[in-house]
Structures are given as structure tokens and as C-alpha cells.
Write a new protein. Structure first.
Length: 106
């Protein structure tokens, strides 16, 4: 599935993180670690932040996510991905970004 674009999320530290954006039903290759951001794009200027997390294997995590009912409730249609192999770095990114996002499902 083709990439829809990119989005940059700014952490509380001021650090920008550039994510590749895909349709919500995107299937990733196996064993790709990273930070993922679930959202609903309602128009070009408005986005609903739904969930931010990290995983050693994003595809498996998203296919069996414990918050899937919440994602569906808020009609997610985008998944953004920031690739990083280090669990510590991924968690630090989530910790940096989460305070600035008003996610509905975290």
C-alpha cells in the first residue's frame, strides 16, 4: 500500500519526529520495530489523535491490538509510523510525544 504522506509530531522537548503516514488498514512487513500513531483525518486541516504506542513488531501489534474497539469507535483511518529498532529510544519518543497529544484511546 502506498504512503499517503508524512506528518511531523513535536515532542514536549521541542524535538520533531517525522512519521510516514499510511491508510488505517495498512499491513507492514513482519518484524519492523517502531513508534506508531493512530489517527482519523477528517479533512486537510483537522486530525483526531487516537493512540500512540511502540512495538518490536508493528504489524503483529496492530493486527491484534487490545485497543482495536476504541480505534474503531473513533473511526481511525490513518496509521503513521516512525521506524526505530531500540526499545529504549522508542519508549523515550512515546514519553516525549504523548503529553502533547490528546489521544482518545491511550
Amino acid at each position: 500500500m502506498p504512503k499517503l504522506g508524512v506528518t511531523t509530531l513535536i515532542g514536549k522537548s521541542g524535538e520533531p519526529y517525522t512519521f510516514n503516514v499510511y491508510a488505517g488498514n495498512m499491513r507492514f512487513n513482519d518484524f519492523i520495530p517502531g513508534v506508531y500513531y493512530i489517527s482519523r483525518q477528517t479533512n486537510k486541516e483537522e486530525e483526531l489523535s487516537i493512540y500512540l504506542g511502540e512495538s518490536d513488531n508493528v504489524d503483529v501489534t496492530l493486527q491484534k491490538h487490545e485497543k482495536q474497539a476504541c480505534f474503531d469507535k473513533y473511526q481511525y483511518n490513518r496509521v503513521a509510523f516512525y521506524k526505530n529498532a531500540s526499545r529504549e529510544v522508542r519508549q523515550a519518543i512515546v514519553d516525549d510525544l504523548l503529553p502533547g497529544l490528546e489521544t482518545t484511546c491511550n
